[in-house]
Design a protein around this ligand. Structure first.
Ligand code: NDP
Ligand code: 2IT
Length: 447
């Protein structure tokens, strides 16, 4: 990075947020991409847009106390970072995982601001969650936690203010418990959360949306070099919501998915993953991916997560968590001839691995573009809630496909316009930034 104003801004972020490594990583990537914008748009520098956009509008940290099945009082920490409302109400998921802290939620909220801008829908950026670990907890414990979490969060959200949704550890069950508590406290029926059950305002395709959208984006990226999923071998990490529906769509588009993982290890099934078995283990039994090998002869289980990237494949879709794919894994993928890497998770690829892919001419799709299908479909759920009607599966799916195609075009177009042709990281950051930046400038300095 050479631009003086951006170099100084990055230095001040490092000074003011010294312990926030994930946030600094995300901020550095975005600011680096925005260098040509800072050069070409002195008006945005003058309006302080760069300095303002890196600072969340509001950060909430709160106590979440609840009672476990043994009658013991437990205390967790809750977060909601309302990052940017320039183009619409705050919007973004809630993560329940022991690794959650302010740095993780800030990086996710920051990324969400640009991602939501790319969707073309009017949504600002936010993220929230807690260090609560849903693993091994009973339904009753999860319900009491979610109710206590919402008892505080309720004061800060609303259908026109801030609309949370799911992320790691938050799916239909948790959204249901949180929605029920919001309704109890407010006596209000509204689309305050997305990812709701279909019987109470949810949208068809929201469950599938992130994984499907990831494959639609990847399809467009491959199309640009005259390729497709047809006959390709695909490796997908994770085995949660995003990974499962990425498998489903990759197979529908003609690919063969041969591996999946969770935080314990990965399975390799050279014949092609049996998704019915995975859904039973993960969605019904909430079990471990290692159980797959008991049902599917010929498949193998391997301890540890990163080994999955040593499997030979044409397309790699990291769909688990941040920083799961490092330089060594990138080298193994390139050596084995990978042609495309698209991020289903948020920031799963470490910066040196991203550079390595780009230097080796591997097509690389950043999460804020490639995984935007989830929040885009959340936007479509909000739209249906406001209209008090529900669209069919095909109607939502077609809109999702259209949005993902337009995100690809916006990112590749912006990269070209700003002298970084083929660099979708830069293109997504620039295209996402410009819309928010224009809105911030137009609305004046104090928000
Ligand atoms: P889920 O909770 O459904 O699944 C998460 C998966 O990732 C699980 O297989 C989990 O394994 C694995 N995982 C989680 N944390 C770690 C870790 N620290 N190390 C290794 N593996 C880990 O979450 P989602 O599928 O919803 O989310 C996956 C990613 O996609 C996240 O980065 C999320 O931010 C992103 N995303 C999600 C969207 C959505 O709509 N849900 C939208 C856009 C992005 P285990 O069970 O062992 O923990
Ligand atoms: O990271 C993400 O984009 C999400 N977890 C989805 C957010 C949403 O509001 O649907």
């Amino acid at each position: 990075m050479k631009n003086k104003c951006l170099v100084e801004l990055m230095a001040s972020l490092e000074k003011r947020n010294p312990h926030e490594s994930e946030f600094l990583q995300a901020a550095h990537e975005v600011l680096e991409s925005l260098e040509p914008v800072a050069e070409r748009r002195p008006d945005l520098v003058e309006a302080g847009v760069f300095d303002r956009i890196v600072e969340p509008e509001r950060t909430l940290i709160f106590r979440v106390s609840w009672v476990d099945d043994k009658g013991k009082v437990q205390v967790n920490r809750g977060f909601r970072v309302q990052y940017n409302s320039a183009i619409g109400p705050y919007k973004g998921g809630l993560r329940l995982h022991p690794s959650v802290n302010l740095s993780v939620i800030k990086f996710l909220g920051f990324e969400q601001t640009f991602k939501n801008s790319l969707t073309t829908l009017p949504m600002g950026g936010a993220k929230g969650g807690s260090d609560f670990d849903p693993k091994g907890k009973s339904d009753g414990e999860v319900m009491r936690f979610c109710q206590s979490f919402m008892t505080e969060l309720e004061k800060h959200i609303g259908q026109f203010t801030d609309v949370p949704a799911g992320d790691i550890g938050v799916g239909g069950r948790e959204i249901g418990y949180m929605y029920g508590q919001y309704k109890r406290l407010r006596n209000e029926i509204s689309g305050v959360l997305t990812g709701k059950g279909l019987s109470y305002g949810g949208s068809l395709v929201r469950t599938e949306a992130t994984g499907y959208g990831l494959c639609y984006f990847t399809r467009e990226m491959l199309k640009a070099i005259g390729q497709s999923f047809q006959g390709k071998t695909v490796v997908i990490s994770g085995s949660g919501n995003v990974a499962i529906y990425a498998v489903e769509k990759a197979v529908q588009l003609g690919g063969k998915v041969v591996a999946l993982s969770d935080s314990g290890g990965y399975i390799h099934d050279p014949k092609g993953i049996n998704l019915k078995v995975v859904k039973q283990i993960k969605e019904v039994e909430r079990g471990r991916i290692s159980e797959y090998v008991k049902s599917v002869p010929g498949s193998t289980y391997h301890e540890g997560c990163s080994g999955i990237w040593t499997i030979k494949c044409d397309i790699a879709l990291p769909c688990a968590t941040q920083n799961e794919l490092g330089l060594e894994s990138a080298k193994a993928l390139v050596k084995n001839g990978v042609i495309a890497v698209a991020e289903g998770a948020n920031m799963p690829t470490m910066p040196d691995a991203v550079s390595y892919f780009q230097e080796n001419k591997v097509l690389f799709a950043p999460g804020k573009a490639a995984n935007a299908g989830g929040v885009a479909t959340s936007g479509l759920e909000m739209c249906q809630n406001s209209m008090r009607l529900s669209w069919t599966f095909d109607e939502v799916d077609q809109r999702l496909d259209g949005i993902m195609t337009s995100i690809y075009n916006a990112a590749s177009g912006a990269a070209k316009e700003y002298g970084k042709e083929g660099n979708l990281v830069a293109g997504a950051n620039i295209a996402g930034f410009l819309k928010v930046a224009e809105a911030m400038k137009a609305q004046g300095i104090a928000y």
